[in-house]
Design a protein around this ligand. Structure first.
Ligand SMILES: [Zn+2]
Length: 290
């Protein structure tokens, strides 16, 4: 079965690297039927940023990659930028905790400005380490997260949260944090969600589900908002560490093969949710039949 007319096919979280496949991976995504990518920034160099210029350069690299994909592959790309929360672990050892936290906040301001300038659509990844860290580093990471929520509220954009796996209480806790920052929970996205949590148990926080078949089966009937992602890493040293960038379009076809009713559900992650959380109206470009 072909995909429904007008359906965009959206990977809500991926990374592209200069050392990896880069534009070629985006081309594979398009050939599989993909139309829109949310591209999250990352450290492109071997070291964690130590000064604000390093972050400026990192974000500019993400915007340049997004531009290249738009021009050379012909799909839409939305950039998501922020200093990675785990940078604080390394940076605090090198710079001392106060300076590392100052740098992190300044880089978050930079991300907020990029959103205001229309270069990025969200602040991310922000949040927590997914592994245990020393209590004082953990406190700095929490302070940085609070700051990121405030910046997102100020510039009026969503945050994309990196964290360990969350159960219902984890979603509720995130919602409380957002509420304290006066950021609507609907603007808080838990990325790399690996287990379904029922919509009524998430306190408004939005899951971006990993595009595994079993997970998609469980969430397909859920109301918006929720997303699908690969978290593609484009790291040649870790092939197969995450889902391939062609996965979301392949899954979309796999769902569409079940018939019209199932295929129509794909408008939930790819259109309704993007509009609710980002205020973006996505449309699929005409398909060439390829
Ligand atoms: Zn990521």
């Amino acid at each position: 079965m072909p995909l429904p007319r007008g359906l965009p096919v959206v990977d809500h979280h991926c990374h592209l690297s200069l050392a990896g496949e880069g534009v070629l991976a985006a081309r594979r995504f398009r050939h599989a039927g993909g139309t829109h990518l949310f591209l999250a920034t990352q450290n492109y160099g071997p070291t964690v940023p130590r000064q604000l210029e390093d972050y400026a350069h990192q974000f500019e690299t993400t915007f340049a990659l997004a531009d290249r994909v738009r021009r050379e592959v012909g799909i839409e790309v939305f950039a998501v930028v922020a200093p990675y929360p785990i940078d604080l672990v390394t940076a605090s050892a090198q710079l001392g905790l106060p300076r590392a936290l100052d740098l992190h906040r300044a880089a978050t301001d930079l991300a907020g400005r990029a959103v205001q300038e229309g270069k990025a659509v969200a602040i991310g990844e922000v949040g927590r380490a997914h592994f245990p860290v020393a209590p004082e580093v953990s406190a700095a990471i929490e302070a940085a997260f609070t700051y990121a929520l405030a910046v997102a509220r100020e510039v009026g954009c969503p945050v994309v949260v990196h964290s360990a796996d969350l159960d219902a209480s984890g979603y509720v806790e995130l919602s409380v944090r957002a509420h304290d920052a006066r950021l609507p929970a609907e603007r808080v996205v838990k990325h790399y969600a690996r287990a379904r949590v029922a919509p009524e148990e998430r306190a408004g926080v939005v899951p971006s589900y990993l595009g595994r078949k079993d997970l998609i089966d469980q969430v397909l009937a859920d109301p918006s908002p929720w997303f699908l992602e690969t978290d593609y890493l484009d790291d040649p040293a870790r092939p197969g560490a995450v889902l391939d960038l062609a996965t979301v379009p392949r899954r979309a076809r796999w769902i569409a093969d079940r018939g019209t009713a199932a295929a129509e559900r794909l408008f939930v992650p790819f259109v309704e949710s993007v509009e609710k959380v980002y205020g973006l109206r996505l449309e699929a470009p005409p398909r060439s039949g390829a």
